[in-house]
Design a protein around this ligand. Structure first.
Ligand SMILES: Cc1cc2nc3c(=O)[nH]c(=O)nc-3n(C[C@H](O)[C@H](O)[C@H](O)COP(=O)(O)O)c2cc1C
Length: 147
């Protein structure tokens, strides 16, 4: 099974840390949407959509990518998000959004990511040290389960 993770990670590369770990561990491909906004993913069976959370949502580049891409019926997506707040699993919202658009989804993963946006920068940031090794292990288990 061929898997690619397309991602947007613009704050502290938190999401990229998860993506890179998965790619190294499982020998997957990844595509940085900030460098390549309209990649061809036709040769892949599973497409991971990974993003930091900005103002309660995934990055605009992910939304545009999903909007412009015609997924084949046999292709399935999965979602990976990182966010500063401890209390919400943002990946579920995007997962549900994709399902509503009738895009086949096979799971979602979320963890915290170091956040220094706005006021949080003044207090040294929140979710310091995340994603950490436990987050990475959880992400590996998640991917193992959906493969
Ligand atoms: C402009 C901006 C808006 C953000 N909005 C939220 C938010 O609404 N909720 C939240 O929990 N974290 C928010 N964050 C924190 C990021 O989601 C968190 O740091 C994430 O791990 C960033 O991922 P990245 O380093 O891959 O870009 C925001 C960060 C930035 C820079």
């Amino acid at each position: 099974m061929k898997i690619v993770i397309v991602y947007a990670s613009i704050h502290h590369q938190n999401t990229k840390k998860i993506v890179d770990d998965l790619c190294e561990h499982f020998s997957l491909d990844s595509i940085d949407l900030t460098q390549e906004p309209h990649p061809d993913i036709s040769s892949y069976d599973r497409i991971g959509l990974a993003s930091g959370i900005y103002f309660g949502s995934v990055h605009q580049l992910i939304k545009v990518f999903v909007e412009k891409t015609k997924f084949r019926q046999d292709q399935k997506c999965f979602v990976i998000t990182t966010a500063g707040a401890p209390w919400i699993d943002f990946s579920i919202f995007f997962y549900q959004f994709l399902k509503k658009k009738e895009i086949e989804c096979c799971g979602s993963f979320h963890c915290r990511g170091y956040d220094t946006y706005a006021i949080f920068g003044k207090i040294g940031g929140i979710a310091k040290g995340h994603p950490n090794s436990k987050d990475k292990m959880r992400a590996r288990q998640f991917l193992n389960n959906i493969k």
